[in-house]
Design a protein around this ligand. Structure first.
Ligand code: 5RP
Length: 218
């Protein structure tokens, strides 16, 4: 089974959690693209979607799925998104696709976060994947210096501007033993918009795909 086939299997499994006449929170990335394509089969039974990126919005609309502004949505039952890494405790690193801020906002609103991933994303300790941090452009060097003090090696993601007009620093070589504490600590650095640790609000359900099938972990 290829990695794409595993991503697709996890994405298809997420359809089982979608209820009629609801608005679905939709993340970003290649695994989510499979989910959006699968969600199209339910487009006449759902009310629509809230999207976490311009790219996902475009794909949802191309399938004829209505995309609502989050501000107009009072209740969001579920949010489906991928991850760059996820632990047993459901803490994640996200933001490989630079959509972390909107993803974190939609995840905060949703009652249930369903993470869809192939088994390469499951790790015992977060941090092998460089931690993405969205930063206000003028604070880039300052934030990078602060992250060096925390033991990381920041690299400016050249040529990438987020949907919110900001830049991304990728932090290498962090051994993330306490993801909640580090998430809080990085949030406190002035100029940081969002960091890619999703630990304070982790996933509720993980649909983890392997050659053997899709495991539901909660
Ligand atoms: C985008 C994300 C994605 O969920 C994460 O990068 C996983 O992407 P993929 O499904 O392509 O492996 O956080 O900001």
């Amino acid at each position: 089974m290829t990695q794409d086939e595993m991503k697709k299997a996890a994405a298809n499994k997420a359809l089982e959690f979608i209820e009629e006449n609801t608005i679905v929170g939709v993340g970003s990335g290649s695994t989510v693209n499979f989910f959006i394509d699968a969600l199209a089969s339910l487009k006449d039974s759902i009310t629509g979607a809230v999207s976490s990126s311009e790219e996902s919005t475009k794909r949802l609309k191309a399938h004829g799925i209505e995309v609502f502004d989050l501000n107009s949505v009072a209740v969001l039952d579920i949010y489906v998104d991928g991850a760059d890494e996820i632990t047993q405790d459901m803490a994640m690193i996200k933001g490989g696709g630079a959509a972390l801020t909107r993803e974190k906002i939609v995840a905060a609103v949703a009652k249930k976060f369903i993470c869809i991933a192939d088994n390469s994303k499951k790790v015992s300790v977060l941090g092998k994947f460089p931690l993405p941090i969205e930063v206000i452009p003028m604070a880039r060097s300052y934030v990078a210096r602060e992250l060096v003090k925390l033991g990381g090696d920041p690299v400016y993601r050249q040529g990438v501007i987020t949907d919110n007009g900001n830049v991304i620093l990728d932090i290498y070589n962090l051994d993330i033993i306490d993801p909640k504490a580090l998430e809080t600590q990085i949030n406190a650095i002035v100029g940081v918009v969002t960091n890619g640790l999703f630990a304070l609000r982790g996933a509720d359900i993980l649909l983890l795909s392997s050659a053997k099938g899709v495991e539901v972990i909660q």
